[in-house]
Design a protein around this ligand. Structure first.
Ligand SMILES: *Cc1c(COP(=O)(O)O)cnc(C)c1O
Length: 229
């Protein structure tokens, strides 16, 4: 896809047609990644019918949330510091970016305190790029049994950020790898409904490899205009 950005309904239609072509009969959800985008742009998408947004900076998200309609469902997809956990727990329907056992424990503890269950995904570094957060496969396999025992959280699946490359083969291997790790974990426990993978440039490959949640930013909104990560 070469256009700078694409209409919301056009993107949904494109997701549906890829899913149909792949014979997928599970639900695939589109998360509009609105980090570093102004509130007006989120509202524009809201008016087109979008109700699921993903944000990655706690402070930025809190101020947007206050300015926007209350029926928006929020997912937190960015690096989460332990001292910000309290702001997020109970306020988002899914945290995609749990990257350590310590963080999972903190989310569990705050959730119990607030009397809620936090739905989380474990972020896996499938490209082994040093700049990326996330567990290695070994770490996930090793810590998952402990996470399953924690009260206050429900591990609902895995998330990854694909390798930053034009090489489709590499991207596909990373996504396939995430799916295989999920299948291994399922052998040792409950079914994990979610694979969060695929962004603007690689969501088609992700859908082909089984993504249930795709996180699209620039393709929907255009280039990010505000400063920050
Ligand atoms: C920014 C971001 C996205 C969206 O990236 P685009 O390339 O703009 O689609 C998806 N996932 C995460 C975790 C992000 O930080």
């Amino acid at each position: 896809m070469t256009e700078e950005y694409i209409d919301y309904w056009q993107l949904l239609a494109s997701i549906d047609s890829i899913a149909a072509r792949e014979g997928r009969n599970d639900e695939v959800r589109l998360i509009a990644v609105s980090k570093n985008q102004p509130v007006e742009k989120l509202l524009g998408l809201y008016k087109q019918g979008c109700r699921l947004f993903g944000e990655s900076k706690v402070q930025e998200w809190v101020s947007k949330k206050e300015a926007l309609p209350k029926d928006i469902e929020w997912h937190f997809i960015g690096t989460l510091q332990k001292n910000k956990v309290r702001k997020v727990v109970g306020e988002v329907s899914l945290i995609h970016s749990i990257d350590s056992l310590e963080l999972a424990k903190k989310v569990a503890e705050v959730s119990v305190e607030k009397g809620v269950t936090s739905h989380i995904l474990l972020e896996v570094n499938t490209s082994m790029e040093g700049t990326k957060h996330g567990f290695t496969e070994e770490e996930v396999m090793e810590t998952y049994p402990q996470m399953q025992l924690l009260e206050g959280i429900s591990v609902d699946g895995l998330m990854t950020i694909g390798p930053n490359t034009e090489d489709e083969g590499k991207i596909r291997r990373a996504f396939k790898n995430l799916r295989e790790i999920k299948e291994k974990l399922e052998k040792a426990g409950k079914r994990l409904p979610h694979l969060s993978m695929g962004m603007s440039h690689d969501f088609q490959i992700a859908l082909e490899e089984g993504a249930t949640l795709i996180r699209v930013g620039t393709l929907l909104f255009g280039e990010r205009t505000q400063k920050g990560g």
